[in-house]
Ligand binder design. Sequence first.
Ligand code: ADP
Ligand code: GN1
Ligand code: MG
Length: 369
Amino acid sequence: MTVESDPRSIAESFQVDGSLVDCRPYGHGHIHQTYLTSFQVCGRICRYILQRINSSVFADPPAMMDNITRVTSHIRHKLQQAGCKDIQRLALTVVPAKDGLPYYVDGNGHFWRMYVYIENAITVEVPQDCSQIYQAAKAFGQFIRQLVDLPVPRLHQTIPLFHDGPTRLRQLKDALSADRLNRAMAAKEEIEFILEHQAILLWPADLLQKGILQTQITHNDTKINNVLLDATSGQGLCVIDLDTVMDGLWIYDLGDILRTTCTTACEDEQDLTKVKVDLERYRAAVEGFLKGADGMIDCRQYQYIPLSGRFMALIMATRFLTDFLAGDMYFKVSRPNHNLDRCRCQCRLVQSMLQHAGQIEGIVDGLGY
Ligand code: ADP
Ligand code: GN1
Ligand code: MG
C-alpha cells in the first residue's frame, strides 16, 4: 500500500524562505488537491498555494507547467511594460522547486506545484451582484487579449478535444451503453434532454470546421471561482487555474462565465426552481467580457453570444452526466448523486436560456455595434 505524501513536507521542497507554520486544505476546485501554506520569515507570514496536480486529468504535468510558466511570464512582461504596479497580485507567480523545476515529483510519482498566494483577494462561488460578474468577466476578457501575441511555439494541448462537442457526446453515449453501475435509469430525463438538444453541442465544432470561427489562445475554464477579485475595491485582479490555457474559441470563455454567473443558483443546486437566468446578470457578464476583450471579438460574431452560454451549460451537463454514469471518476463529489444534481442544474439552465432566447438576443442587439 502506498503511503500518501504529507503536504507539509512537500511544501518544504520548494524555493521558499522561512519555516512552515501552517498547511490546510483550501478552495472549492473540482480537480486538484489544494492547500494554503504559511511560512514564517523574520517574524512575517508569507503564504503560498500548494497543489497536488491531478494526473488522471492532466496526463503530462511538465507540459502543463511549461504552458503556465510561459503564459504567466508573458502577462507579467506586458504588465511591466504598461507600468502597472503591484504585479505580484495581477499575475500568478510559480514558485520553483528546490531543483529549479516548476513542479516537484514526490516518492509516489505525484506532481506538485506552488504559487504565491495572492493576499487580500476573494473568490466567489455565486456572485453577490452584477458588479462582481462584470469585474470577473472583464478579467477573463482581458486575459485572452493579453495572450493574443504570445510568441510561438503553440501551447501544449493539455487536454485534447476538451470542449469538442462531438467528442463529449460520444463519451456520453459510450458511458450510456456500458452503464457499468446501472445508473442510467436514475438519469432518464437528463439523458433524453441532452440527446434532444444535441445540436447545441455540435454547432461550435461545425462553425470551426467551416472557418466561421477561428481558434486563439483561450482560458477554457472561466468559471467564476477561477478569478480573484480585490477584497477592497472589488475589481478583477488575477485570472487563476491556468491548466487548460491553450487553443480554443472565445465562445468557450464567454460561455463559461455566463454559465456560472447568469443565475443565482449554485452549480449543484438541488432546488431546480432556483435555477433560472437572470437577465441583468447575463448582461453584466457579456458587457464585462467584451469590455475586457477590447475589440478582440469581431462584432460580426456577436450573433454567437447566445449560443456560447447554451453550449457551455450543455457540454457541462454532458460531462457531469458521463461522470455520473462512469462512477464519479473525474469530478470531486461530496454526496451521492452529486454529478447527477450538477447535470440536472445545467440542463435546467439550458432550458431557461432557451426560454429567454428573445430577451437574450435583445441584450446582444443592444450592444451597439
Ligand atoms: P482547481 O483546478 O482544483 O479548481 P484552482 O487552481 O482553481 O484549483 O484553485 C482552487 C482555489 O484556490 C481557487 O478557486 C482559489 O480560491 C484558490 N487559489 C488558487 N490559487 C490561488 C492564488 N495564487 N492566490 C489565492 N488563491 C488562490
Ligand atoms: C472543473 O478545476 P475547476 O474546478 O476550476 C473542470 C471544468 C468544469 C468545472 C465545473 C480541467 O474546473 O472544465 O467546467 O470543473 N476542469 C477540468 O465546475 O476539467
Ligand atoms: Mg479552479
